[in-house]
Ligand binder design. Structure first.
Ligand SMILES: C[S@@+](CC[C@H](N)C(=O)[O-])C[C@H]1O[C@@H](n2cnc3c(N)ncnc32)[C@H](O)[C@@H]1O
Length: 278
């Protein structure tokens, strides 16, 4: 048997929580450290996207409790997420070594994992988050995007509608949760094309309607292939966008040189060069 990577807690009466990410793809994205947290835990709470992934998790720990049944159509997701935090904290307070396992990266577009760590620490318990491979990581690989070339903005799609945000069309724009864009109730799992039309109207301020956008789904089971659909921005209301897909908008404008700052930097270079040779 391998030596566990995670040391047992010094005081076993003291509860603790580790939040780990399963990554996106079954079997290939789980880090050795996250796996060790799963194997060493007294109880696991699972917020996963797939039943098969949950079954795989059960092979690593015999006490896996699914968080999925707490979701209900018409019930506010905020209430569900608060319940998840409380479920985990009850076991932490009981002195157990708790592990929360979430798909992707547990800290990306995920309220409960951050909240439970905050609550546990405030109550004096040990709490830690392990990163995971997120949909974001997969899309860079599958779509051949390097966010370092022209930059990359990420937004929860609804934020573009509810708030005035400054979109930079010379960078990539990644929109999460487009499948339920515009849902203000937090109680729906999808919204109709009419809501995506509002999103298109807002984006049309910065992008031409014939601009090519990408609807992307990362592989969750190793037998799958990534789903990559390229459509014109204007067609977004008329195609199905499942909740587990992400929309990527490539740049529509070239980077604009900032001449004023370049001149200032050139003057600075000159000054430093003169000082060095004086
Ligand atoms: C609540 S967030 C969770 C993200 C997750 N924590 C991660 O690290 O990727 C859900 C959103 O993630 C994106 N997402 C989830 N599964 C995906 C997949 N298989 N491929 C692409 N995007 C996905 C979608 O934008 C979806 O609306």
């Amino acid at each position: 048997m391998n030596t566990p990577l995670v040391a047992p807690p010094k005081d076993t009466r003291q509860g603790s929580i580790a939040i780990v990410g399963m990554g996106m793809t079954l079997g290939s994205h789980l880090t050795p450290l996250s796996r060790s947290h799963i194997e060493q835990a007294d109880v696991i709470f699972a917020g996963l996207s797939d039943n098969i992934v949950e079954q795989w998790l059960q092979r690593m720990n015999s006490d896996v409790r699914s968080l999925q049944p707490y979701y209900k159509e018409g019930k506010s997701r905020r209430k569900t997420y608060e319940e998840w935090v409380e479920l985990m904290m009850v076991e932490v307070r009981a002195g157990k070594r708790v592990c929360g396992v979430f798909y992707g990266h547990p800290g990306i577009f995920a309220w409960s994992p951050h909240k439970v760590i905050e609550v546990a620490r405030a109550e004096g318990f040990q709490a830690h988050m392990e990163p995971g491979v997120s949909a974001e990581d997969c899309l860079y690989a599958d779509l051949g995007i390097d966010p370092g070339t022209v930059g990359c903005q990420h937004y929860e799609a609804g934020q573009i509608l509810f708030y005035e945000r400054r979109i930079d069309p010379s960078s990539y724009l990644v929109l999460w949760q487009v499948g339920l864009v515009g849902d203000r109730s937090l109680a729906r799992f999808t919204t109709s094309g009419a809501y995506r039309q509002v999103l298109v109207d807002v984006l049309a301020k910065d992008y031409p309607l014939d601009h090519e956008i990408i609807i992307y789904r990362a592989v969750t089971l190793p037998i799958q292939k990534p789903r990559i659909r390229r459509i014109a921005l204007r067609d977004l209301p008329f195609v199905d966008v499942p909740t587990e897909e992400t929309v990527v908008i490539p740049p529509a404008a070239a980077l604009k040189p900032n001449h004023e700052i370049r001149e200032r930097l050139a003057a600075l270079d000159k000054l430093e060069q003169e000082a060095a040779t004086a």
